[in-house]
Ligand binder design. Structure first.
Ligand code: DON
Length: 562
């Protein structure tokens, strides 16, 4: 894992002119643009959109599409995501929900055998694991409603990349090795990613001509270019031939939903984050509400971390008990976001003891982190912002490509509760609120977030499955403590998700003394053995006017101030 931080400063004149015009203590516009994303080619695509006169939203379309090509293990046209937008002109935030939906033929027990046991791999490998993709529809929506450039202009860099090829890097190769067995059941995917039946060498050129064609159809036909017509037909045919259950009506009926983000304030900082069907915003705000009862700075390191862990435990308990697609289950969102509710949760936390998860009320529900999923953050010179977290779920999603499409299908169906009381790929458990039902969106942890205070703003998010929300929490606390984008991404991470009742931590997250103190309080600690997450952050400091962008030093993340 190497650090590849690029910080390119350019167009200083434009910056000077724009900030000069603003001139106030809280500037109206940053005058500079910045992009932090998981692949240099995606940043270049976003930069190209900005240089063509596009805004942050055009750049977000260009970055998303380029990531689909250059980081195909993580997100893509066969998946979905959440794009949190801030429209500077209207001072408005909106979440574009392009999450996948369960096909109409999906049923609650579809991954269980006759005895009611989970069929291993059924919700993870092959086309039966795939929800109806939302990313193509979301890109069309964002370009049409918020962008300035034609969709085809923003998709052009991705199409070029797919045609000309990208270089296989170590991450792509490792993911292919990991998913090889599942992938072997998909000849179309093998032909692209393992030509001659061999894993491609690092540095080999990966060309994706079918994906280029699918992108071209999207560029010219918009929604119908993907969800109807030849691409849709090839998707449905390939899925059904491989044992999946999609229908043409599932694709034609897919709908992007615009949602009000979750909002809260913590110590003078406004938090704007992802609402349901992501657990992210609710989890983040619940944890902050719990923590707001203490001045964390006055505690020693071990106690401070203990309290943060206890807040994680309680927010993830609520996730498993309550959260799911709000169109299908009555979720007590107002209660979960309420400081009064958090005060009750806080009252059950002892300063000196870990709470065993099994002792929390209603602990019984009724019923390996990798380089997958991706997050980018964008700020443009006018102050428009995008925090986008996109996913096909685990490495290379379902490891299945319907022939002729170049589209890798997601395995996001595993984010539903396949069986109450049984953990998913991230060991998350859930209840009926997140049971499978036709047309329903599976619960997510993706947490694209904006933070804003008198100091400035931060745009952040990360992949990492169930650990996403706690990573965003730790980075949020770090920013509130006055640290910068580089510190937020580099910060050592720790995580608790209620069940299993264990604190997972990255090397270096706790000192030896803290480990001893936390264990003495009753915490079970488990070293993750490796780093996790891939956070990309953009910040803007109002007093200095400084715009910073930072990619995660654990990965290939890049950052550009433009
Ligand atoms: O939506 C979710 O919560 C998951 N599908 C995200 C998966 C993920 O972040 C994988 N990355 N390591």
């Amino acid at each position: 894992m190497k650090l590849r931080q690029l910080l390119l400063a350019a167009l200083v004149l434009a910056a000077f002119l724009l900030t000069g015009a603003a001139g106030a203590a809280t500037p109206a516009r940053p005058g500079k643009a910045a992009i932090a994303a998981a692949h240099p080619q995606a940043i270049a695509a976003g930069e190209e959109a900005l240089a063509a006169g596009g805004n942050a939203f055009d750049a977000a379309v260009a970055v998303s599409a380029a990531l689909a090509v250059a980081e195909p293990n993580a997100s893509g046209l066969g998946g979905g995501g959440f794009w949190l937008l801030h429209v500077a002109r209207d001072a408005r935030d909106v979440l574009v929900d392009g999450r996948e939906t369960a096909p109409a033929a999906a049923t609650a027990g579809m991954y269980l055998d006759a005895a009611g046991n989970v069929i291993p791999g059924a919700s993870l490998d092959g086309p039966l694991a795939a929800g109806i993709p939302g990313e193509p529809a979301a890109l069309v929506h964002i370009a049409r409603r918020y962008g300035r450039l034609p969709l085809a202009r923003s998709l052009a860099p991705a199409i070029r990349l797919a045609e000309e090829g990208i270089a296989i890097d170590a991450g792509l190769q490792a993911g292919l090795r990991f998913r090889r067995k599942a992938m072997e059941k998909s000849p179309a995917m093998m032909a692209v990613f393992c030509p001659d039946g061999e894993l491609p060498a690092i540095g080999a050129r990966l060309r994706q001509p079918d994906l280029a064609l699918t992108l071209r159809r999207l560029a010219s036909g918009g929604f119908d270019g993907f969800y109807r017509g030849p691409t849709a037909a090839a998707l449905v045919e390939g899925v059904r031939a491989g044992g999946g259950i999609w229908s043409a009506a599932d694709l034609a009926g897919y709908q992007v939903i615009e949602r009000e983000p979750v909002r809260a304030s913590y110590r003078g900082v406004q938090i704007v984050s992802a609402p349901l069907p992501s657990a992210g915003g609710i989890g983040l705000v619940d944890m902050l509400n719990i923590l707001s009862g203490w001045d964390l700075g006055r505690f020693d390191g071990a106690t401070r971390k203990h309290l943060i862990i206890e807040s994680m435990r309680r927010a993830y308990r609520d996730r498993s008990a309550w959260l799911g697609d709000p169109a299908f289950s009555a979720v007590p969102v107002a209660q979960l976001l309420s400081p009064f509710y958090a005060a009750g949760q806080r009252a059950s936390i002892r300063l000196d003891r870990a709470t065993p998860s099994e002792l929390l009320p209603a602990a019984r529900t009724d019923g390996s982190e990798g380089n997958d999923t991706t997050h980018f953050s964008i700020l443009d010179a006018e102050g428009n912002r995008v925090a986008g977290t996109l996913s096909i779920n685990t490495w290379y999603g379902a490891a299945f490509m319907p022939p002729g499409t170049g589209v890798i299908l997601n395995n996001e169906m595993d984010d539903f509760t396949v069986k109450p009381g049984t953990g998913n790929a991230y060991e998350l458990q859930g209840a009926t609120a997140n049971a499978i039902a036709p047309g329903k969106r599976m619960l997510s942890s993706m947490t694209p977030t904006f933070l804003e205070s008198s100091r400035g703003l931060a745009i952040l998010g990360t992949p990492g499955g169930s650990r996403i929300i706690t990573m965003v929490l730790l980075a949020t606390l770090d920013w509130i403590d006055g640290h910068d984008a580089h510190s937020m991404t580099a910060l050592r991470r720790y995580h608790h998700q209620f069940l299993p009742d264990v604190v997972t931590y990255e090397p270096g997250a706790f000192s030896d003394e803290e480990i001893r103190a936390l264990e003495a309080m009753g915490h079970r600690l488990k070293a993750s053995g490796r780093d996790y997450g891939n956070m990309n952050v953009v910040t803007w400091d109002y007093a200095s006017g400084k715009v910073e962008a930072a990619g995660d030093p654990r990965r290939e993340g890049e950052a550009l101030v433009y």
